[in-house]
Design a protein around this ligand. Structure first.
Ligand code: CDP
Ligand code: MG
Length: 437
């Protein structure tokens, strides 16, 4: 599924296009229409699987322009870092919309926040404590809240926010939509839902989007394509690689790689992509399923959602362009409590993708030293020669910035790591009406 197929509007689609995202994550896909239907929703999916957009997209989709001062959407999160992260995501999604929002949290000047609230808001992102204090001043009225989103509920309850949450829910209008997002469905969470939600729809994403923890993920930084081929040959000679799924981007690359492996692994390997006939695909998959084929080279499209038992290794011959696809790929191993290994081959030009993937997973991939017996090739492919040319060209023409991503990564860390100056800056632009109307 692509974002185009979700019932989004142009401003949201454009914002998503600017972000370069094509496919909604499973939790986004599954939650969207249920939230749009107005029902109460409890959505459980592992961290890093896109829960923020899973609620922001339908909420923004349904929000109508209004001049009224009191907020209509309330988003509760456990920490200040998350307040900033969510407002940061709102910055991105409302680029072409006219929406007023702000984040409020403790430990900062309450008077500044009062002013912002007084100026009028559509969406309020807050930690429970400060929100409660502000409502007590009488300045912040929650009587117009139509939807409340409690994000990271498990963590909120772990941190002991239960009493504050309850006091807030009690002052909200009775007629409202309750949305709750959590990484785990603990007993605490269950109890909480039972107390406050009205026959909620439960959406649990598992285990598809959750391969991250039990799969051993390693990677090699490899100078070029031909050295990748050498390394792949070297690894495949190890009989511990019992059932190997190798991912490449694009059909041509899949066929090319198959040819390269042919002399040695002819009997054991097959290639699968969308240009092959349906019959061939079914046969090839079955053979891999039954462990008659040890090595399967595949593209993302054909391997999406495949449930093949006992894949011992996933090898990313190159990293996927879409970070979420890395999770889909690695998720083909380590299924149903089996161990799994994912090995990625990362060329220099792919290191940016590595950072994005690590950010998405909130976990680093361990980089292994290259094996001593690996033959390093100095022969470049035609594409690599072109890239080299482009890169040198860019270096002389345009100063490299590239800081944007790292800044975001820092913000995503839940400990208080932001520099004071950054915080201050953010407070200043506390509220904004983005885009033009
Ligand atoms: O809340 P949760 O831990 O599930 O994840 P998140 O904080 O929403 O982070 C998801 C990350 O994936 C963010 O960096 C998003 O920009 C990115 N992403 C996404 O949310 N949805 C996509 N379809 C693609 C990427
Ligand atoms: Mg989250």
């Amino acid at each position: 599924m692509t974002f185009d197929e979700l019932n989004l509007n142009k401003p949201l689609l454009n914002a998503i296009e600017d972000l370069g995202f094509i496919n909604p994550t499973p939790v986004q896909e599954k939650t969207f229409s249920v939230i749009m239907s107005g029902k109460d929703v409890v959505s459980v999916a592992q961290t890093g699987t896109g829960k923020t957009f899973a609620y922001l997209l339908p909420v923004l989709r349904q929000l109508k322009y209004s001049e009224q001062r009191h907020p209509r959407i309330l988003i509760l999160v456990p920490t200040r870092e998350l307040v900033l992260q969510v407002t940061n995501e709102l910055d991105k999604l409302t680029k072409y919309m006219n929406v007023r929002y702000t984040g409020i949290y403790g430990g900062t000047n309450i008077n500044t926040q009062k002013k912002v609230v007084y100026a009028g808001l559509d969406i309020l992102v807050a930690t429970p404590g400060r929100l409660y204090d502000l409502t007590m001043t009488g300045l912040l009225r929650l009587k117009n809240i139509q939807k409340v989103i409690i994000d990271e509920v498990d963590e909120m309850l772990n941190l002991g926010f239960r009493p504050q949450l309850i006091s807030i829910l009690e002052i909200l209008p009775k007629k409202r939509q309750n949305l709750m997002f959590s990484a785990t469905l603990t007993e605490d969470v269950e109890n909480f839902i039972n107390d406050f939600f009205i026959s909620p729809v439960k959406i649990e994403i598992a285990p598809h989007g959750t391969p991250i923890d039990k799969i051993i993920q390693t990677a090699y930084h490899i100078p070029n394509y031909n050295t990748k081929i050498n390394l792949l040959n070297l690894l495949l000679r190890d009989s511990n690689l019992e059932k190997v799924l190798i991912f490449v981007s694009g059909k041509k690359n899949a066929d090319r790689l198959y040819e390269k492996l042919l002399p040695e692994f002819k009997e054991e390997a097959a290639v699968l992509h969308s240009n092959k006939s349906q019959n061939y695909r079914i046969r090839t998959l079955k053979s891999f399923h039954d462990s008659k084929t040890r090595i399967l080279i595949a593209t993302d499209i054909v391997a999406r959602g495949l449930d093949i038992s006992d894949v011992s290794h996933v090898i990313n011959f190159s990293l996927p362009e879409i970070p979420g696809d890395y999770i889909h790929r690695t998720g083909r191993t380590g299924r149903a409590d089996k161990p799994g290994k994912a090995i990625s081959f990362i060329a220099e030009k792919e290191e940016d993708l590595q950072v994005q993937i690590e950010h998405l997973m909130k976990k680093n991939i361990r980089i292994e030293p290259l094996p001593e017996d690996l033959k390093i090739s100095t022969v470049l492919t035609e594409e690599e020669k072109d890239v080299l040319y482009d890169k040198n060209y860019l270096k002389t023409k345009i100063p490299q910035s590239g800081g944007a991503f790292h800044e975001k990564k820092e913000k995503n860390i839940k400990v208080n790591s932001g520099s004071p100056s950054k915080k201050r800056k953010r407070n200043k632009k506390n509220v904004k009406r983005s885009g033009k109307r």
